[in-house]
Ligand binder design. Structure first.
Ligand SMILES: [Zn+2]
Length: 264
């Protein structure tokens, strides 16, 4: 795709024609390289998607990178702190409202929901409601670049977790919806909230969907072998995963048990 740039070794500076990533310095097992802050728009006006954590150096760097470009709005893919923590401060720095699905994260602006279209410097951003990772997760489609900003619904590598404020049934529906959109819209890139840009959207989404089915099958098998508690299941199903990730795995297993126990 013209304009798609994926640097080697770091997501910082990844870009499509109308979107550029500025990586926040908050790496961890959960946030991978750190949070991706996406600047999206035209030569005069942009929106900033996910200012990231409340880190003054990062927020200043994003602001400096804007140059003369005006920020019309700050958008949040969801309310988790690694994406939203710096939103209030960044809103002060650039004098722009914050829009999010969850009213608790809005500041001086309108809400943001499935079907909304935001325009920044002539560039359209179409909002997709994709609950699951969290109840308030949104994805943003950039028709001009045929790229989808996916927040934490799809990450640049590995897989994401279903947080306690999300749900697996919703998440599976959201993945199916993104898969269908990627196909019908001929998406050329997924721009995630963490990790590198994904240049094969359908391949990435198929991988996510297959991974979820596989994990559910493994959990059913572990239960058939007598595992009952989330911790017991984790020690069987996630035996090959680094132990530092087991608390996250346990959260994920809880979500999967909820899913298996409910009629869907
Ligand atoms: Zn995140």
């Amino acid at each position: 795709m013209s304009g798609l740039h994926i640097p080697i070794g770091t997501p910082d500076g990844s870009r499509t024609e109308h979107a550029e990533n500025l990586l926040a310095p908050n790496p961890s097992a959960m946030t991978l390289d750190g949070t991706n802050t996406w600047v999206v728009g035209g030569p005069d006006e942009v929106v900033v998607v996910d200012p990231g954590p409340d880190d003054e150096r990062h927020l200043s760097r994003v602001r400096e990178r804007l140059g003369e470009r005006r920020v019309s709005e700050i958008l949040l893919t969801h309310g988790h702190l690694d994406h939203s923590g710096g939103a209030r401060r960044f809103a002060e720095l650039v004098g722009a409202p914050v829009r999010a699905l969850d009213p608790r994260h809005r500041l001086g602006g309108e809400g943001l929901a499935d079907g909304d279209v935001v325009t920044a410097g002539g560039v359209e951003i179409h909002v997709y409601g994709t609950p699951g990772h969290s109840f308030d997760s949104l994805c943003f489609w950039l028709p001009a670049d045929r790229a989808m900003l996916t927040g934490d619904t799809v990450l640049g590598r590995g897989t994401t977790v279903v947080a306690p404020d999300g749900g697996l049934a919703d998440y599976l529906r959201s993945l199916d919806r993104l898969r269908a959109a990627a196909e019908s819209l001929e998406a050329r890139a997924l721009l995630p909230g963490h990790g590198p840009v994904l240049p094969d959207p359908i391949g990435a989404l198929d991988g996510y969907i297959a991974h979820r089915r596989e994990r559910l099958d493994q959990i059913r098998a572990a239960m058939a072998r007598g595992a009952r508690t989330p911790r017991e299941i984790v020690t069987i199903v996630y035996a090959d995963v680094d132990r530092s990730l087991w608390p996250a795995a346990e959260m994920s297993v809880r979500a999967q048990l909820d899913y298996l126990e409910q009629p869907n």
